[in-house]
Design a protein around this ligand. Sequence first.
Ligand SMILES: NC(=O)c1ccc[n+]([C@@H]2O[C@H](COP(=O)([O-])OP(=O)(O)OC[C@H]3O[C@@H](n4cnc5c(N)ncnc54)[C@H](OP(=O)(O)O)[C@@H]3O)[C@@H](O)[C@H]2O)c1
Length: 252
Amino acid sequence: MATIGILGVGGLAGLMLRGLQGSGHRFILSPRGAEAAGRLAAEFGCIVAESNQAVVDGADAVFVSLPAGSGAEELSRLTFRAGQPVLSAMAGTGLARLAEVIGPAKGAIGMMPGYANAYRMGPSLLYPKDLFWQDFLSHVGPVHMFDDEAEYTVAATFGAFSGATVAFMAHVIGWFEAQGLRPEVARALVAGTLRGNAEVLLREPRPLAEIAKGVTTPGGITLQLLDILNGHGALTAWDEGLDAVLTRISQR
Ligand SMILES: NC(=O)c1ccc[n+]([C@@H]2O[C@H](COP(=O)([O-])OP(=O)(O)OC[C@H]3O[C@@H](n4cnc5c(N)ncnc54)[C@H](OP(=O)(O)O)[C@@H]3O)[C@@H](O)[C@H]2O)c1
């Protein structure tokens, strides 16, 4: 059973710990935000270390969920063992920067949606291929591994897409509620529709274009909605937003 050190005990760490229950790992948490760390430690049976260095020293492998802006600098102040596996989930920190700050340890970078991982349904990205972290992440959802960092970075844009889909669902749920639908029905209907259609894309072997055509009756209500959305650039606006996120996460 491996002991995983977690540096940065905030939102993502809490969600990952929830999803990782029963995975067989032990966890040792960084002490900053003692109240949150203590609560998570009590809930999930983890140890809270006395310092970030004590996390590294006491762990077989280290999961980094420090703030994206300052986390790499904090890592540079710590001493890692040669070959110690370190997985950074910090958006925008590339493998070269990670390697620079963890010295002789063995770095990998990952991206995951967070909340869905608590329910073990969130896809994770991993670069480069690494069997230890593949096994770790597989407890919280499907794992996609990459040989090429440029391709990984394109895929990592999904971190923003994931959160934006929640905002999109909340918006549409709000519309149904405003028309008088009971909130619990609106929420179940919108979320269930996306889940159902997502399953279709995951299970159907038919090409995407064929599936899309199959759900769009000529002259029907789907086409009516799509025409209005397209008239406002609502779908192409996703490209603009994703381009901006990709540019941002490609810079560090
Ligand atoms: N949230 C997600 O679902 C998600 C998904 C994928 C990737 N990520 C990545 O995961 C990282 C964390 O995101 P988050 O949403 O979990 O942020 P968060 O809730 O702000 O958690 C970060 C935690 O790190 C702590 N921290 C700051 N400096 C520290 C230090 N020097 N030593 C130890 N702990 C320190 C913060 O404490 P204070 O509050 O006291 O500053 C906070 O508790 C980010 O880099 C983000 O890009 C997040």
